[in-house]
Design a protein. Structure first.
Lengths: 502, 447
């Protein structure tokens, strides 16, 4: 079962096919021309008052654009074509969960009742928007098996902070907030950063040879000074901590909380419940598990689910349903950790997530089953070709390394760049840190077998090239809008903006 | 299921390649006792989902179908159709953080342009690729100032800063061994310079103020910078209504070291409060302490201009607990929308939006001031929002007006006690004279 796939080494040919126009697009400021206009407003229908003293006003914004709508349309269309996207092909960026984004969700989020509504409008005229937030919370409660969910955090990292702050508040109430948060060495970098900003010292736990948490190590580290263990489930290797309940028991026995980084919830959503695992608090990424678009890097949305014990500390406000059926915001929460941002959260993402959950309903476990099948298929087809440091069973992703290719001087970054020539986005590279030269592959459930086969064929071809013709891999990419970009030069000589010519 | 492209035959072939009999076998590592399906009801078709969510959308008032004057940090401004329609392009919508610059030049260049727009508008040298929203942008600005002034532990905030921004700062700073001092406003509703000066000591790393402040009053950035500078603290300018940046003296001119806040007004729909668009700008000397994503210009192997993420060694995926911030993503799609919007409006349009918003608010202010029983408590200059004092409790008044299709503003009682009869009302270029007349007439009826 092999698929023929040709590397697109002929840069010009690929360029002609995908990018027939020049690949270089000037900056929008460089397209500007004096006197051009790209907008129209109605004439002012009130007196032209200017009641601000001159010393508090500015002159025109020098350097700002003068450009027509036509040119703006061209500019941003041309720029867009320099991007790779999910709709073009497999985007197996591990840990990021790049799956198909249903377009009906985009349409719904733009309904005026959502897109043109304001969270500070009176509740009497905001029942629909409040109900949607309440319904999303109910769905996430059902999926996690936990007591309540805050939708407020703007993204996963802010959710982590909210979760740890709630833990801290609960412990502080007993008189001892404790000083330490335990985090395995396989964790996302946001975990230690979030714990730090919640005022905790981070203690790293070394993973065992299986790539999972070592219970002896945990037992030793889990003292009365530890507020929480932050555990990614399944971990960043894609391995489920099969002793999760024992882990929870160890943490709870010492009065600590078990925090779950739910970035990988998509691998067991609708199949297993964090509430049954002994998890006390868990953030989810709506842009991962629930398919809100990644948008070139945000917006995210990071709801946090908690056990009953942490409910009093949820961020303010919460959305409540009154006995008469009306929805209301509850600000009267004296033990709340407060707010992490303005308003209710990334509401537009709530709309998309609820639409997504509704499409699956009771069958949402198929998301996890599809993701796990696809990742295991890639694993089976590439094992032996690429080194697999940890061979425990994995769920939704698989982390290979460049160890074999490294013998020929080819490294993870080169493999990543070469994949672009085959028409794929590269996997996540050099993460998790416990796998040197990591290639972290997450195909998600929305990739079909033909796409997976083509990816496998490309990965096999690159492995072959690494032995027979490493230069072509080392000099990759050859068929992208720009060749390999000099990131070192960018950091050395910082140019962070365009400047008008004097 | 229409989002799952694998046929039964393909699934069988895949299972065979894996060596598993059933998909369920792949989950063997999950203990049985934690397994549990979710009960969410039957799957819905696209038509049913449209009905289900569409019904909720209809049961919320929106700015298109009402006379709309609600602001308080989130504003109803003009956004051209092209800005939103461009977001539908898969290359923008379905791509991610541009970790791999060779296949992400579109996103990278757009962010570079966004950084330039923000630098131009704030009058500062550089800006980052965006942050979540205004309140957490202020947190990041304060933490940045603390890094720049190592060893100092006090932040001084004017009470003219949006109350939800200040509450966010309190949440973030609660456990950081940093002191946050809030300085009450003077009688006239603007930052009290002498009180501010009195609160600043040699341990102060930042002095932050907002203009237009939460009550809509235009402040002088020098109030903070003249107090901060001599004590070695950093002046932070907070902007919650970014449309003002094209008309009001920019933070850079007023001596601010850092400008931060909410750029939603510049091309992002209200969306019931999110996703929004935080921004952070600073002077070149401090650029290496900027948190969040940054895009820099560089070149490719053939010498062509190219862009990439830069200074990632400050970030959490490298530095972990020693990172400048725990933020991972920026607000990519919102920054794109804003870049398109700012580019379209440009020098002339951004200014006209600001001057129209201001002129309309001035008109509305005069109309409301003329309604018997109503009063404008502050005399200072405002941009496009101001406080109204009603003869009756404001929250109930606003609810009564809302059910009549007039969303007249936000009651201050939401954030402070002792202000039961006061509300904030805002006007933008979207409001017509008729709407403003109808608001004044409705207030006259309720007086």
């Amino acid at each position: 079962m092999s698929v023929e796939i040709e590397p697109k080494t002929d840069a010009a040919a690929l360029g002609d096919r995908l990018h027939p126009e020049p690949r270089h697009e000037p900056l929008v400021f460089e397209r500007s021309g004096k006197g051009k206009v790209g907008y129209s407003l109605p004439p002012l229908d009130v007196p032209d008052a200017l009641a601000i003293p001159e010393n508090l006003r500015r002159a025109d914004v020098e350097g700002e654009t003068e450009i027509t709508e036509v040119e703006v349309a061209r500019h941003f269309t041309r720029l867009s074509r320099l991007n790779f996207s999910i709709d073009e092909g497999l985007y197996p960026l591990g840990s990021c969960t790049m799956k198909h984004n249903p377009r009906t969700n985009e349409e719904l989020a733009r309904l005026p009742g959502f897109a043109a509504s304001h969270p500070l409008a009176p509740e009497e005229v905001s029942q629909g928007t409040l109900e949607l937030a309440w319904r999303l919370e109910q769905a996430l409660k059902e999926l996690t098996g936990l007591a309540r969910v805050t939708l407020q955090p703007s993204a996963g990292a802010q959710g982590e902070l909210a979760g740890i702050l709630m833990v801290r508040a609960a412990l502080a109430k007993t008189g001892d907030p404790r000083r330490v948060v335990l985090i395995p060495d396989s964790a996302h970098g946001t975990n230690p950063a979030s714990a730090h900003f919640a005022g905790y010292k981070v203690q790293e736990l070394k993973s065992n040879v299986r790539g999972t948490l070592d219970l002896d190590v945990l037992e030793k580290a889990m003292t009365g000074d530890v507020a929480a263990l932050m555990l990614t489930v399944p971990n960043t290797l894609g391995i489920f901590e099969d002793r999760i309940r024992d882990i929870a028991a160890i943490v709870h026995a010492k009065g600590g909380f078990l925090y779950c980084d739910g970035a990988n919830f998509n691998s067991f959503v609708g199949v297993a419940k964090p509430g049954l695992m002994g998890i006390d608090v868990m953030h989810m990424n709506l842009h991962k598990t629930f398919s809100t678009p990644h948008g070139g890097g945000g917006p995210g949305s990071g709801p946090v689910a908690v056990t009953e014990r942490l409910v009093p500390f949820l961020p303010r406000p919460t959305v409540e349903r009154r006995p008469d059926g009306a929805f209301t915001l509850d600000f009267d929460r004296p033990e709340s950790i407060g707010r992490l941002r303005t308003f209710l959260g990334n509401y537009g993402m709530f709309v998309r997530a609820l639409a997504y959950i509704s499409a699956y309903g009771d069958r949402i476990g198929e998301v996890a089953r599809g993701a796990v099948l696809n990742a295991n298929y890639i694993r089976a087809r590439l094992t032996g070709v690429y080194h697999l440091k940890y061979d425990a069973p994995t769920l939704h992703e698989v982390v290979f390394s460049d160890k074999k290719q490294g013998e020929h001087g080819v490294h993870a970054i080169d493999i990543a760049k070469r994949l672009m020539d085959f028409g794929f986005h590269p996997p996540t590279v050099y993460f998790p840190l416990i796998v040197p030269g990591a290639l972290m592959i997450e195909p998600t459930e929305t990739e079909g077998k033909p796409g997976l086969d083509a990816f496998v064929a490309a990965m096999r071809a690159i492995a072959r090239e690494s032995e027979e013709d490493p230069e072509i891999v080392l000099k990759a990419p050859h068929a992208t809008p720009v060749r390999r970009v000099d990131e070192v030069a960018a950091a050395r000589q910082l140019v962070l903006r365009w400047r008008p010519k004097e | 299921m229409k989002f799952l492209p694998t046929s039964d035959a393909e699934r069988q072939a895949m299972l065979q390649a894996i060596g598993a009999a059933r998909v369920e076998d792949l989950f063997a590592s999950i203990p049985r006792e934690v397994l549990g399906p979710a009960k969410l009801g039957p799957p819905m078709s696209e038509i049913e989902i449209r009905r289900f969510l569409g019904d909720m959308a209809r049961r919320s008032a929106n700015a298109r179908d009402t006379a709309f004057f609600v602001g308080a940090g989130l504003y109803h401004h003009y956004v051209s159709a092209i800005a939103d329609q461009m977001l539908y392009r898969a290359e923008w919508l379905t791509s991610y953080t541009p970790y791999q610059p060779e296949v992400s030049q579109g996103t990278l260049q757009s962010i570079f342009e966004f950084q330039t727009h923000i630098a131009l508008l704030t009058g500062l040298d550089v800006a980052n690729a965006s942050l979540y929203e205004g309140a957490s942008a202020l947190v990041e600005a304060l933490l940045m100032a603390e890094r720049l002034a190592r060893g100092r532990n006090r932040a001084v905030l004017s009470a003219g800063i949006h109350p939800e921004y200040r509450e966010t700062v309190r949440t973030y700073f609660a456990n950081l061994d940093l002191e946050v001092v809030e300085v009450p406003l003077a009688e006239d509703g603007v930052t009290d310079r002498s009180a501010l000066a009195a609160a600043v000591d040699d341990k102060t790393f930042a002095v932050a103020m907002q203009s237009p402040n939460f009550y809509g009053l235009v402040e002088d950035w020098k109030t903070a910078s003249s107090v901060a500078g001599p004590r070695g603290a950093h002046a932070i300018a907070v902007i919650a209504e970014a449309a003002s940046l094209a008309l009001l003296a920019p933070p850079g001119e007023g001596g601010a070291d850092i400008a931060c806040g909410e750029a939603q007004s510049l091309g992002v729909p209200m969306q019931n409060g999110g996703p929004l668009l935080g921004f952070l700008a600073c002077r070149t000397a401090h650029q290496r302490q900027l948190p969040g994503r940054l895009v820099g210009e560089t070149h490719d192997a053939e010498g062509r201009r190219a862009f990439c993420l830069t200074l990632s060694t400050r970030e959490q995926h490298i530095r972990r607990e020693k990172a400048t911030s725990n933020i991972c993503t920026n607000q990519g799609l919102m920054a794109l929308a804003s870049n398109i919007h700012m580019s379209l409006l440009g020098k002339k349009g951004l200014r006209e939006v600001a001057t129209q918003s201001h002129a309309k608010a001035e008109y509305l202010k005069r109309r409301i001031a003329a309604v018997p029983g109503y009063r404008i408590p502050h005399v200072g200059p405002t941009f496009n929002e101001f406080v109204v004092e009603a003869p009756v409790p404001a929250a109930a008044l606003l609810s009564r007006l809302a059910v009549r299709g007039i969303l007249a503003g936000v009651p201050l009682s939401r954030w402070e006690s002792g202000a039961e009869r006061r509300f904030l009302t805002a006007a933008t270029e979207m409001n017509t004279r008729e709407e403003m007349d109808s608001l004044a007439a409705a207030l006259a009826e309720t007086a």
